[in-house]
Design a protein around this ligand. Structure first.
Ligand SMILES: Nc1ncnc2c1ncn2[C@@H]1O[C@H](COP(=O)(O)OP(=O)(O)OP(=O)(O)O)[C@@H](O)[C@H]1O
Ligand code: SF4
Ligand SMILES: [Mg+2]
Length: 348
């Protein structure tokens, strides 16, 4: 056997092993079998700049993180820090004025490098889907919900039984079948949000990116939507939850990425970040979440994030940070933490 044949065989064997492990994971038997974790999603040095009126908006600037099989992530941060841009990049749904560099690997496939045709054929909606920010308000008013489901299946060349797939997706999110004959304006906000979630689940993806799925819903409906998202996770679907609300994300994800002005300034396990935040911005965000029982004062963060057209050199949180030092005017180092990293000079 030649060396190249051996390498090919080894490669094929490792792929078979990964695929067998994934099937086992889906049947929830993995804990006793998988000997080592496997990377499911890896984002490396991702940059997304928007070209607009002769300027570049540095919306996502050198972002890296990875998820193992079975993990979900929440991305949190203030408005305009680049959360949606990050989600849209993984979904390959950016507008034409975006310039993207870096690497995104999903199940070993390079999302940014494969052709548009292959991405649509193999990944979009089938493996990765997205509940777009505000999408419940963009349901087409002139078609019934069933017609809109049908359209998605047709667009993606779904070969199975359309009726069965639609009924299944609707029942997963707890909607009555009668909803299918209705027009969007006949549904409440909570029902519309369930419709868009079930649309994202229609082709049984492995990863669902949920961009602010509870915004503009009342607290009771928010709780229902969050328990629905938790159920999806139990069924083996990984969720990337994008939210500015740290209270909401605390219920869902194993990993958290705190975004500030285009950067993930802290990444790690949810419990580590909540119990022992390292980055001053994470700390400030957590202190701004109201807690019913503890009675401590809420702390509001003064000032505004920097302009992403001309972000300052060095730490982007400098102007608002109580611990800022002279050396913070230089690019902060990436310091390893027990479950991730923090970008801050305090730990150098
Ligand atoms: N198509 C675009 N062209 C130019 N700039 C854009 C475009 N889309 C987003 N931006 C800018 O990129 C930055 C990041 O936007 P993004 O929507 O990713 O933020 P976000 O964190 O999701 O905000 P929010 O919490 O308000 O939804 C913002 O400054 C925004 O104005
Ligand atoms: S690098 Fe400096 S300015 Fe930035 S968050 Fe850390 S201490 Fe604050
Ligand atoms: Mg957004």
């Amino acid at each position: 056997m030649t060396l190249s044949t051996s390498i090919r065989n080894l490669y094929s064997l490792s792929n078979q092993l990964r695929s067998a492990q994934r099937s086992l994971f889906k049947t929830q038997m993995y804990s006793c079998v998988i000997p080592y974790p496997m990377t499911f999603l890896s984002v490396e040095n991702l940059k997304v700049f928007y070209q607009t009126q002769g300027k570049q908006v540095h919306a996502v600037d050198d972002v890296s993180f990875s998820l193992e099989n079975g993990e979900s992530i929440a991305i949190a941060g203030e408005s305009a820090c680049g959360k949606s841009t990050l989600g849209l990049t993984i979904m390959r749904a950016l507008q034409g004025n975006a310039i993207v560099s870096g690497e995104i690997l999903f199940d070993d496939k390079s999302i940014l490098k494969i052709s548009e045709e292959e991405f649509t054929k193999t990944l979009r909606w089938k493996e990765i889907s997205m509940i777009f920010q505000g999408s419940m308000n963009s349901l087409d008013p002139v078609f019934t919900i069933k017609q809109q489901f049908d359209e998605i299946l047709k667009k993606h060349g779904y070969k199975g039984n359309h009726q069965k797939a639609i009924l299944e997706a609707v029942s997963v999110v707890g909607l009555p079948i009668s909803v299918l004959e209705k027009f969007p304006h006949e549904l409440s906000g909570g029902m519309k949000q369930r419709v868009v979630i079930s649309m994202a689940l229609l082709l049984k993806p492995k990863l669902v990116i949920a961009d602010e799925p509870t915004t503009a819903l009342d607290v009771l409906v928010q709780a229902q939507i969050m328990s629905l998202i938790k159920r999806l996770k139990k069924e083996g679907i990984a969720v990337m939850l994008i939210s500015h609300d740290l209270g909401i994300i605390s219920e869902i994800s194993e990993k958290v990425g705190i975004m500030y002005a285009g950067k993930i300034v802290e990444f790690g396990n949810l419990s580590d970040i909540y119990k022992n935040p390292k980055h001053p911005y994470t700390d400030a965000l957590l202190k701004s979440v109201p807690k019913l029982k503890d009675g401590s004062d809420l702390v509001s963060l003064k000032g505004n994030p920097p302009d992403l057209v001309n972000p300052p050199e060095g730490c982007r949180f400098y102007d608002r940070c109580a611990h800022a030092m002279e050396k913070c005017k230089k690019e902060p180092p990436k310091i390893k933490t027990p479950s991730g990293y923090v970008l801050c000079w305090l730990y150098e």
